[in-house]
Design a protein around this ligand. Structure first.
Ligand SMILES: *Cc1c(COP(=O)(O)O)cnc(C)c1O
Length: 421
């Protein structure tokens, strides 16, 4: 099946006489005829037994997302933050380190630099354009993973996935990619060598601003038996001595995340949220195409305006990442544009307040056009140095182009520019 078809037909099997739409299974538990049956499930979790481990509605969505990314399995979480956290905790314990590209979402920077540090896990930030020697120098004997973001929120750097996959694999560690902005419709990081993908499903996958969630997808390609990852190849005493690579083969990573981390941390999504997410996924391919087309038109318009000091949109010819976007995002660069307005912070605020159609909200990737000022909102907790590293200017506006008619979006921007005069 092609992507558009997978959006509609993967995950939920519509058997003879079954409901046409994905049913919401609003039950935390499942009943069995024998004690032995449940005991067996604790040995090998082949059926649903308790909502912290799995739920049929959530399971259908996980299968659909895994199919879209081309992975062997997926695990949904209660937020994108939880997905990023678990993707690392599944590999790192206190005393370990991992490498992250500095151009990533502000919330992830804080999670990695502050909260994980309190857990005793060190995040080593690297410039995504650093040369090979500098990258290699960042690797320590305890380094367990490399983390990057396909299309950085909000700087819109395009990450060189293939280069970083090669770098990670030379060091026998996996590459984890946050693929939130492109979604699998526009980029499938596994095709370029990434091993694990995470998403905030709160964004385009949902698209309608109705549910918060995250997901981790496993490519099944990383060799956990390479000697660097004993917790995959030695018995897990917390789980009756299971050896993940032996029992679960290519699905070792994603099953371990579920059986250890979801079991213990419990950040699972509600069935109702999974249902809403599935509605978003059904139209994802159609929406991503239109988001990209609208954004390209708006980006070209902004580029032509005197009020704009700088603009980042990798789909724009002349953009720093245009060439790389042709490789990783050939079918569109998603709906987010970042631009710096002349006059810095004050004019940025005035412009945003003057918008009538576009709404000011703490969100991105909404179905409706929305704007946000990263320096005073999402990235407020970052130091000036971290802001620079994340590619953020005080006058930067993150403009998330929606699915309205693009002429209406441009008319709104035009009147807001006039109002700033
Ligand atoms: C929003 C976002 C997150 C965090 O997701 P939540 O669902 O808000 O927890 C992570 N990564 C990226 C790229 C994001 O845009």
């Amino acid at each position: 099946m092609k992507l558009e078809t997978k959006c509609l037909h993967e995950g939920y099997e519509r058997a003879n006489g079954a409901p046409g739409a994905l049913p919401i299974v609003q039950s935390t538990t499942y009943v069995f005829d024998s004690t032995q049956h449940i005991a067996d499930l604790f040995n090998m979790p082949t059926e649903h037994m308790y909502s912290r481990f799995s739920n049929p509605t959530v399971d259908a969505v996980e299968k659909k997302i895994a199919a879209l990314e081309g992975g062997v399995g997926a695990m949904c979480t209660s937020s994108g933050q939880a997905a990023s956290l678990l993707s690392i905790l599944n590999l790192c314990k206190a005393g370990d380190s991992f490498i992250a590209c500095s151009a990533i979402y502000g919330g992830t920077v804080n999670l990695f630099a502050v909260t994980l540090k309190r857990f005793g896990i060190e995040c080593i930030f690297v410039d995504p354009e650093a040369d090979d020697e500098t990258l290699q120098a960042a690797v320590k004997p305890n380094t367990r993973a490399v983390f990057g973001e396909t299309l950085a929120n909000p700087a819109l750097n395009v990450f060189d996935i293939e280069r970083f996959a090669n770098f990670a694999h030379r060091n026998n560690i996996p590459l984890i990619i946050d693929n939130t902005f492109p979604t699998p419709i526009l980029c499938r990081p596994f095709e370029f060598g990434a091993d694990i993908v995470v998403h905030s499903t709160t964004k385009y996958m949902d698209g309608h601003a109705v549910q918060g969630g995250g997901v981790i997808v496993d490519s099944g390609n990383f060799d956990w038996t390479n000697g660097n990852f004993p917790e995959f190849t030695e018995p897990d005493e917390s789980y009756h001595g299971v050896v993940y690579t032996r029992e679960f083969g290519k699905m070792a990573y994603i099953i371990k995340a579920r059986m250890q981390l979801m079991r213990d941390l419990g950040c699972y999504p509600a069935a109702n949220s999974a249902f809403l997410l599935n509605l978003g996924l059904e139209t994802l391919a159609v929406r991503m195409e239109r988001y990209s087309r609208n954004a390209e038109t708006v980006a070209k318009f902004l580029q032509s305006r005197d009020e704009v000091a700088a603009i980042s949109y990798p789909g724009l010819e002349g953009d720093k990442y245009y060439e790389r976007a042709q490789k990783y995002l050939p079918n569109g660069c998603s709906g987010v544009i970042s631009f710096n307005i002349k006059g810095g912070r004050d004019v940025a605020t005035k412009f945003m307040d003057a918008l009538k159609l576009a709404s000011r909200e703490v969100h991105v990737a909404d179905i409706r056009t929305c704007v946000l000022h990263p320096a005073s909102m999402t990235h407020r907790q970052l130091t000036d140095e971290q802001l620079v590293a994340a590619g953020i200017d005080a006058g930067m506006i993150r403009f998330s182009v929606g699915l309205e008619n693009v002429e209406d979006i441009i008319a709104d921007i035009t009147q807001a520019f006039e109002a700033c005069k």
